[in-house]
Write a protein that binds this ligand. Sequence first.
Ligand code: NAD
Length: 301
Amino acid sequence: MSEAYVLDGKAIADGVIEEVASGTRALVARGVKPGLATVLVGADPASQVYVGAKGKAAESCGFYSVQHTLPANTGEAELLALVASLNADPAVHGILVQLPLPGHVNAPRVLESIDPRKDVDGFHPVNVGLLSIGEMGRALIPCTPAGAMIMIDKACEALGATLAGKEAVIIGRSNIVGKPMAQLMLSRNCTVTIAHSRTRDLPEVAQRADILVAAVGQPEMVRGSWVKPGAIVIDVGINRVPGEGLDDAGKPKTRLVGDVAYAEAARVAGAVTPVPGGVGRMTIAMLMANTLEAAKRAAGA
Ligand code: NAD
């Protein structure tokens, strides 16, 4: 059997960024510059990297971009006041509060204080509700599943497949990936199964899937034998595992793997996403797409 079509996350994400940049130029020509505000509390190194990458992407799209960096001991009231001022700022169309927040802050309360029209992460209950009633034109959709959906569309294009009526199995039921992914597949007329840690006979459930999405956080859990021949396999997982040898600083090397045993799956699937270089590349691109969308809606464009 031939190897699966490999979905190139970098190329697809670059394409999204180009489209956003061109949409931004058109909006700027009408006098509106999309604005993205990021809020980082504390000095978590991974969060600093993410927020920095988001700011850079915003600038490369031609947005107005502002980062608020607050000390780890910032109180909830101060954070709520900052969000309120960003809600009221007409130059800001997207607000992103980087998670995790320090333990003394009630994270849901802060996220729910974001104006849903500026909630470019798509985590506000209003956006969750709009997605679940199929109001895609008004919802802001969580970035990782939105990016995975674009990759599924690219796979369908490459394989000459259509989605309506297909069996989709999503492994994972988190609010940020699994559940919104299932809603998106449902909106595209797939027959959707959400599997999770209590699902019985998981390999058998997975084998039903024409589209299999793994968002679990378990290194290489999905084996090649779980994959239906010709299926589209989307690996959302990002897991750091021990690598071979030592790095320059003399520390044991690590490497990233997905939730899918890639080499095995690639021998069976019709299309597959690698890790790294797959879905992970799409998240920031979709954050930019959401910010442009929020700015367009605010401008009535
Ligand atoms: P989560 O921990 O919130 O949810 C994991 C889900 O997997 C749960 O619903 C749980 O029921 C299910 N699960 C756990 N163990 C299982 C098992 N043995 N069998 C079946 N189901 C099981 O995780 P999440 O935030 O949804 O993230 C999932 C993965 O995706 C992680 O590896 C994360 O790093 C990655 N992720 C990547 C991106 C990105 O690409 N930018 C974004 C978010 C998450």
